[in-house]
Design a protein around this ligand. Structure first.
Ligand SMILES: Cc1cc2nc3c(=O)[nH]c(=O)nc-3n(C[C@H](O)[C@H](O)[C@H](O)COP(=O)(O)OP(=O)(O)OC[C@H]3O[C@@H](n4cnc5c(N)ncnc54)[C@H](O)[C@@H]3O)c2cc1C
Length: 435
């Protein structure tokens, strides 16, 4: 049974860091302008806030400075800054004494939970948004509002009516072509929960596919946690490549770079990707690379090598034989295929970017596309729509083609959320209700 409520100003789909940052921006927008309160609500399918929980490996660190938090780049005086969090937790002096710009992901997660506590009444957890649609009974004219359909854990659906939707559903895990998941073949996004549920004694041979940060972190983790196990890292490259986080390269994540990308030419946008993809994609932090090499070297000195790097190779197929996983490994060097038998295969093979088309369903035809079939997006992250769809559909993520490299990252969320909040509030009309 579907229910109708008042028309909200904004519904956020997903409540990860992006929409949490938007909630902060909206709250600060209201208090700064003393304006009409904005009616907004978020829907999140997880039971509580969780930021890549299955990759919260104890030693894993942030890949951005703590100053790129939910708010500081937009409002350095925000009460939701990482510094406010440290201050409230009584750790500010020790954090400074530690002289490290890059907190652990565990600490950053604790920060996100701390910030989330300020918005508990705005978020409904344990509900999945299944679609965005034309409101029941809407007339033939342009749509000023849409219905967001949510399904709870019992499978019951309801609909919320809103003038704007901010889609922020995050990255989508990608497996290698031809390889499906099962109880011994995992994607990195499910790693920790599954790993903790396994009996470590039954994990004696492990393979990790991938050349990026998550792959390298998982290799290090299983190597350290399972001293009896052999670990094979299957890499398409010749070893791991370093993530460029030097000062000039880091400028590609600056708020100003978003304008340069958005208003640039096809050639300048292509240059961003050609020269600076190695700031984030299929690359690994220096510290993790060195830690792994050191372990392999120490093993060699001890004459007990148990960490193997299978370079220039791809996992092409897997076959289950009882508890074993037989991986067909294709060597790009020899073009030969060989079998590797393991107790566990982890595919740290990355993610696809967010695509809102599935959620938009029939409304997607009103969202205009560019010559390459990608959604057209305004500078304020609003989808370009035909006159039939007058309400706002905004994207946080999935705008790599229009807004550049930082689109799915944390680097720019404070400023991006501020820009979206400005746009939403600026375009707002006075609240009304439907019967
Ligand atoms: C292991 C890992 C580490 C990373 N570390 C960094 C880093 O250090 N620095 C950096 O800049 N970036 C990092 N990233 C990139 C990452 O995209 C961002 O950190 C961040 O998660 C982006 O936030 P988000 O809110 O856009 O997406 P997400 O964090 O993915 O949040 C999206 C939320 O939407 C929810 N959701 C999805 N679909 C629905 C639906 N239909 N209905 C309701 N809810 C839904 C999900 O449950 C999720 O909670 C990392 C990524 C990974 C995988």
């Amino acid at each position: 049974m579907e229910t109708e409520r008042e028309i909200l100003d904004i519904v956020g789909v997903g409540f990860g860091p992006s929409n949490l940052s938007l909630a902060v921006a909206l709250e600060e927008h209201e208090s700064a302008r003393c304006g009409e309160p904005v009616a907004f609500a978020f829907f999140e399918r997880q039971p509580r806030l969780g930021w890549h929980r299955n990759m919260l490996l104890p030693s894993a660190k942030m890949q951005i400075s703590f100053l790129k938090d939910l708010a500081t780049f937009r409002n350095p005086a925000s009460r939701y800054s990482f510094i406010s969090y440290l201050h409230e937790r009584g750790r500010l002096p020790q954090f400074v004494n530690n002289q490290d710009f890059f907190p652990t992901r565990l600490e950053f997660h604790d920060y996100l939970e701390w910030a989330e506590a300020g918005f508990a009444d705005r978020v409904t957890y344990n509900v999945e948004v299944t679609g965005i649609r034309r409101p029941a009974g809407a007339g033939p004219g342009p749509l000023e509002s849409v219905e967001v359909v949510v399904r709870d854990t019992r499978g019951e659906t309801s609909a919320v009516r809103t003038r704007n939707v901010v889609v922020s559903t995050g990255l989508v895990p990608r497996m290698p072509i031809g390889i499906g998941r099962d109880d011994r073949v995992w994607h990195s996004s499910e790693f920790l929960e599954r790993f903790r549920a396994m009996d470590p004694r039954r994990l004696r041979r492990i393979a990790v596919v991938g050349a990026g940060q998550s792959a390298a972190e998982i290799v290090r983790h299983v190597y350290d946690e399972l001293p009896h196990a052999e670990v094979s890292a299957i890499l398409p490259s010749y070893g791991y490549s370093i993530a460029d986080d030097t000062p000039f390269a880091n400028q590609v994540f600056d708020p100003a770079a978003t304008d340069e990308y958005y208003f640039g030419s096809d050639r300048s946008r292509e240059a961003f990707w050609r020269y600076h993809r190695n700031t984030n994609y299929s690359v690994v932090d220096d510290e993790v690379i060195r830690a792994l090499f050191q372990r392999a070297y120490d093993d060699e000195v001890a004459g007990a090598a148990r960490l193997r790097f299978v370079n220039l190779a791809r996992a092409e197929q897997v076959k289950r034989i009882g508890d074993e996983v037989r991986i067909s490994v294709h060597s790009l060097a020899t073009e030969q295929v060989s079998d590797l038998d393991v107790d566990l295969l982890v595919c740290a093979t990355g993610y696809d970017v967010m695509d809102p088309a599935g959620l938009l369903g029939d409304l997607d035809v009103h969202c205009l596309r560019d010559a390459e079939g990608r959604h057209r997006v305004e500078r304020d992250y609003r989808l370009v729509t035909s006159p039939e769809l007058r309400c706002g559909i905004y994207l946080q993520g999935g705008t790599e083609h229009t807004h550049g490299l930082a689109s799915s990252l944390l680097s720019n969320i404070a400023v991006r959320s501020g820009e979206i909040a400005d746009s939403l509030v600026g375009r707002r009309t006075s609240p009304q209700t439907v019967s």
